[in-house]
Design a protein around this ligand. Structure first.
Ligand code: NAP
Ligand code: ZN
Length: 348
């Protein structure tokens, strides 16, 4: 076991502060990673503030991890010292159930191990995330990162990237489809980039008129202000697919009204109660669905696609000690479009 520096919160109303956590000695299948960068996901804030009622303290968040391999276990085949790697929202799963067999470890029927706030099978207690110097992860859950991309801006792909990529692929978004992305934050800006790269006609659906120009430069063909009822009406029954990243419970009816017959809106943000009127679905055989991150194989495919198409996140770099201000800014939708922590600032 090794003590390493980390940043975490001791209760739901405490700021994040420096603390020490333990990492296990590497096992035969483990990879030890020195962390260079970690993205700041809205889920980190939900967990620190116990918005979902399941937080365990201290919470050391962080599941958009980029770093270099410093040591590998004796049975590790695919990684060696010096490799550039990523870790996302999961660090383990049973590897035996149907979901794991299908490469959908995020839906592991025995419960996947979340990167933080998951059950730590090795040391007991719960897992600690990437707001730290170093992490030890089972090889199976380590991703290869293309070397041609800006490494700092790759970090958010490990959660914001895969969480938007997976539903766009699952619902078969293709050239010419009219696709809406609701919410221009960390997830939303990746949703726009990916839908655009897949050839869709992308409409950014936002509450923030001030973000319109950015949305277009990220790849949106049109911008729809969701508070403008007349504009919303003009787009009624016209979307092939909508990806909804709104981070809180909300009235989904205005968005369902935008879907074509038989089309789907997939929620990724609102892990919460949402309002939905059955009539809006029935009149048009419309669907509302959900999606959780993506499997490991699919995450690797997404990273490889990004390497080939030169896709990364738009980021604002911060030092570790600015994290509490960064959290407040994310909650105010004031980030362009993902904070990434430079982990050198924790190590020095
Ligand atoms: P974020 O950066 O805060 O972006 C969310 C965006 O939603 C905001 O920028 C804002 O965009 C819009 N928004 C905020 N409050 C709203 C409201 N009340 N009504 C309508 N729109 C609102 O958050 P994120 O990091 O992208 O994460 C989004 C959500 O996804 C979080 O709840 C996070 O926990 C969840 N998440 C889920 C998964 C999964 O696997 N399903 C994975 C990662 C994260 P505009 O200003 O453009 O309106
Ligand atoms: Zn996340």
């Amino acid at each position: 076991m090794k003590n390493v520096k980390a940043y975490g919160a001791k209760s739901n109303d405490a700021d994040l502060n420096m603390m020490e956590i333990e990492r296990r000695d590497i096992l035969a299948n483990d990879v030890k990673i020195e962390i260079d960068y970690c993205g700041v996901c809205h889920s980190d804030i939900h967990q620190v503030r116990n918005d979902w009622g399941n937080s365990k303290y201290p919470v050391v968040p962080g599941h958009e991890i980029i770093g270099r391999v410093v040591e590998v276990g004796s049975d590790v085949k695919n990684f060696k010292q010096g490799d550039l790697v990523g870790v996302g929202c999961m660090v383990d799963s049973c590897q035996e159930c149907k979901s794991c067999e299908d490469g959908l470890e995020q839906y592991c029927e025995n419960g996947m191990t979340a990167t933080y706030n998951g059950k730590d099978e090795h040391l007991g207690g719960h897992t600690f995330g990437g707001y730290s110097e170093m992490v030890v992860v089972r090889e199976k859950f380590v991703l290869k990162v293309p070397e041609n991309l800006d490494t700092k801006a790759v970090a958010p792909l490990l959660c914001a990237g895969i969480t938007t990529w997976s539903p766009l692929r699952q619902w078969n978004v293709k050239k010419g489809d009219k696709v809406g992305v609701v919410g221009l934050g960390g997830l939303g800006h990746m949703g726009v980039k990916f839908a655009h790269a897949l050839g869709a006609h992308v409409v950014m659906i936002t509450t923030s008129p001030a973000k319109a120009e950015d949305a277009k430069s990220l790849g949106a063909d049109e911008v729809l202000i969701s508070k403008d009822e007349a504009e919303m009406k003009k787009h009624a029954n016209s979307f092939d697919f909508i990806l909804n990243t709104v981070p809180v419970g909300h009235d989904t009816n205005p968005y369902v009204a935008l879907l074509k017959r038989d089309a789907t809106m997939t929620l990724v943000g609102a892990i919460d109660e949402v309002d939905i009127h059955g009539g809006g679905l029935i009149m048009g055989r419309k669907r509302i669905a959900g999606s959780l991150i993506g499997g490991i194989k699919e995450t690797q495919e997404m990273l490889d696609f990004c390497g080939e198409h030169n896709i990364v996140s738009d980021i604002e770099m911060i030092d570790m000690d600015s994290i509490n201000t960064a959290f407040d800014r994310v909650v105010k939708s004031d980030v362009k479009y993902r904070f990434v922590i430079d982990m050198k600032s924790l190590k020095n």
